[in-house]
Design a protein around this ligand. Structure first.
Ligand code: NAP
Length: 329
């Protein structure tokens, strides 16, 4: 951790997934001495390193012929950033003020200032919003197969969703469970063809089409769910001991409400590359990407944000105290 926190830094990076760490590598190599707030473990699934910490094999990150484990990839990126002088604080920012320069962020009462900020806070798993769902997290309900799959040896479980996450989780879970239902609200999958083919070939996976869970049952532990067929309205019971919710993600932007411009799904709105509506504040990775959301695209946008921030800093007088006016969108 850095020992010189009272100074105004050139750059603060918020987030330590592929976007934040790539921005850290680039800004550190540009001698901007980035201070990275890498987050902290929380009960809602946040953790340093972002979503790849919850993944097993990453097969499509270029350069790894045989794939690489998500946590291993993140550890390597972090070490690479540290090697060039990036400094890390393992905590979550809980307040920001981007209305004037230097910009300010706080962790509790500790205030940190920077001339520029890169926001790379990523996204987190969506839930179905059913009664009992959150209460039974850790007791049969999960959003992370990598974290919890081990506990379901020999059991019958289900994954909800039809995207790459759902199928990746379902395939991974067949290492432990005897049977994995994939419950999808339509009759065609959103997932990539390769994941679809792999799942259709897996004898332990059975698809339940056109269906959504409408009730989650269980007192101390999950005991089953009620499904509804969205075409016929028919309801049925499914006895399962594990329910993995893999229906997409929500960007982590609560911290910036009222300060940064967002779209209707709360993703940050970038323009001219990675610039946001406040001068000197940039965004990278899933927090501003509702389309691609890949590790490699996050890393690419982290590089872009670092270059945009570096050029913007070069264009500013160093002791600038100018009050910034957010652009209206
Ligand atoms: P996603 O692609 O948005 O898929 C979400 C799935 O959940 C969709 O099938 C959606 O149904 C379903 N869904 C959403 N809300 C629902 C609800 N309330 N009830 C029931 N079902 C619901 O999300 P993702 O699978 O997390 O993937 C996100 C991105 O990461 C994608 O770009 C994906 O390619 C990428 N990814 C890549 C890999 C990999 O390459 N190894 C692994 C994981 C993820 P509809 O299809 O009907 O909308």
């Amino acid at each position: 951790m850095t020992d010189n926190l009272s100074e105004t830094r050139d750059i603060i990076i918020v987030g330590s997934g592929p976007a934040g760490l790539t921005a850290a590598i680039y800004t550190a190599r540009a001698n901007l001495r980035p201070l990275v707030f890498e987050g902290a473990l929380s009960s809602t699934g946040d953790q340093p390193g972002g979503q790849l910490m919850l993944t097993t094999e990453v097969e499509n990150y270029p350069g790894f012929v045989d794939g690489i484990q998500g946590p291993e990839l993140m550890a390597a990126m972090r070490a690479q950033a540290a090697r060039f002088g990036a400094e890390f604080i393992t905590d979550k920012i809980d307040r920001v003020d981007f209305s004037a320069r230097p910009t300010k962020v706080w962790v509790g009462d500790a205030e940190y200032q920077a001339r520029a900020v890169i926001v790379a806070t990523g996204a987190k798993a969506k839930m179905l919003g059913l009664d009992n769902e959150r209460r039974l997290i850790g007791h049969g309900v999960s959003t992370c197969a990598t974290c919890d799959g081990f506990f379901f040896g020999g059991q019958t479980i289900a994954v909800v969703g039809g995207g790459d996450s759902a199928l990746e989780e379902a395939n991974f879970l067949t290492k432990f469970a005897d049977k994995v239902y994939v419950i999808h609200r339509r009759d065609t999958l959103r997932a990539s063809k390769i994941m679809q083919e792999r799942s259709f070939k897996n004898d332990k996976i059975e698809f339940v089409w056109d269906s959504v869970p409408v009730e989650v049952h269980g007192d101390d532990r999950l005991s089953g769910i009620t499904l509804k067929n969205v075409k016929t309205g028919e309801r049925s019971e499914l006895d399962i001991t594990g329910l993995f919710v893999a229906i997409g993600h929500h960007p982590n932007t609560n911290l910036f409400v009222g300060q940064l411009a967002m779209d209707d799904a709360s993703y940050l709105l970038t323009h001219r590359g990675t610039h946001l509506n406040v001068e000197g504040v940039f965004a990278a990775g899933d927090v501003q990407d509702r389309t691609y959301r890949q590790a490699v695209t996050a890393a690419g946008s982290g590089c872009m944000a670092a270059i945009d921030a570096e050029r913007w800093l070069e264009s500013q007088p160093h002791d600038s105290k100018i009050v910034t006016t957010p652009t209206e969108w």
